[in-house]
Design a binder for this molecule. Structure first.
Ligand code: ADP
Ligand code: RBF
Ligand code: MG
Length: 146
């Protein structure tokens, strides 16, 4: 069993493709954290909870892999937190608990289709993370220590 998976790291610069302009900024985790994923951790889209600098715990969706739509050469782990932040938080500590798998990474015919898929992922994550089996992770001790 690879889930739940706990990970933390400093938020680094991603590929700067303006995911923010698409309404979906993703906080990227450093290479060491990506390399620390269990061997059998599949690439794809996941959901769980996340915090920034030991702050409030929010729902999140995470994409892990090579982003076929952009043909990346480096595997990435990027987290979109379901909360509106006032400011960027590059350099701060991001903690995530990954709780469930939604789908494999796909290629899309257009950016519009990618955005629609991401929106759908977010809606599914919102619903799943309200299930009783996941609620205890929101207050898990992993998020507590400073
Ligand atoms: P990059 O290519 O550098 O990852 P993005 O366009 O994906 O750039 O924006 C990511 C940055 O946006 C994050 O590192 C973080 O500082 C900021 N940010 C603001 N709101 C959010 C959010 N809700 N979820 C994730 N990152 C966010
Ligand atoms: N990139 C892909 O190439 N294929 C995908 O299926 C895919 N799914 C994603 C799902 C979520 C929830 C998120 C946050 C990102 C996903 N991405 C995917 C990554 C996306 O290409 C990247 O965040 C871009 O920078 C968005 O413009
Ligand atoms: Mg990003």
């Amino acid at each position: 069993m690879v889930l739940p998976h706990f990970a933390k790291g400093e938020v680094v610069k991603g590929f700067s493709r303006g995911s923010k302009d698409l309404g979906c900024p993703t906080a990227n985790l450093p290479e060491e954290v990506v390399n620390n994923l269990p061997k059998n951790f599949e690439t794809g889209v996941y959901y769980g909870f996340a915090s920034v600098d030991s702050g409030e715990v929010y729902k999140m969706v995470m994409s892990v892999g090579w982003n076929p739509f952009y043909k990346n050469e480096k595997k990435s782990m990027e987290v979109h937190i379901l909360h509106e932040f006032e400011q960027d938080f590059y350099g701060k500590e991001l903690r995530v608990v990954v709780l469930g798998y939604l789908r494999p990474e796909k290629n899309f015919n257009s950016l519009d289709d990618l955005i629609k898929a991401i929106r759908d992922d977010i809606n599914q994550a919102r619903l799943k993370l309200d299930l009783p089996e996941f609620i205890s992770y929101k207050t898990h001790k992993f998020f507590l220590d400073k």
